[in-house]
Design a protein around this ligand. Sequence first.
Ligand code: CA
Length: 234
Amino acid sequence: MASVLVVEDDQFVRSALIRHLTEAGHIVRSVGTALEALREVAHHAFDVVILDLGLPDLDGSEALKMLRGITDVPVIIATARDDETETVRLLNAGADDYLTKPFSVEHLSARIAAVLRRSRAAAADAAPSSVIQVGGLAIDPLRRHAELDGVRLDLTRREFDLLAFLAGRPGVVVPRRELLAEVWQQSYGDDQTIDVHLSWLRRKLGETAAKPRYLHTLRGVGVKLEPPRTEPGP
Ligand code: CA
């Protein structure tokens, strides 16, 4: 089931579409001009828009451009013209699919289902599931964004990599050798490199080696990151 906006000025085509889509279980609203369509998408959330290209007020590509200025809702173009150049141009301008009139209800339903599958998969991908959360730390490796208690941390590339690697294994003591290999991509190196970066990172996290909150160094063993223990009140 989807919420569909039908933009079609031909009364006959329009009522046929409404009837078929409603029978297929969709919730349908419909308008007959591009400007009404713009008003609709500005006020309601649709899963898909079926846009007729031959509207009385605006050229189809103009209408599509204006729609795209307001919303990224999937748009299926319905065109009477079997004009390949025009179709390609509209797909490039942000249409998700197209149908050449006359089209069957089955065809339209299949296109709607395909567009919905794509947009729902894209929405699932965009979900912030990749954010690593440890205590007040939030690290998004994809966007290379790190926050502590809601405040963005200004980290160098290496500091970010180090923090993200440790935060991905909270509470686990990571041997220095592994840090060198994974964060520095070196099979050997001196401990000082790690120590220097750890101390910079600590400073940005507002802690010290003597009074650690997130970053804990276990001498001769490695480093671990874990959420701070709740401190007793003053
Ligand atoms: Ca028309």
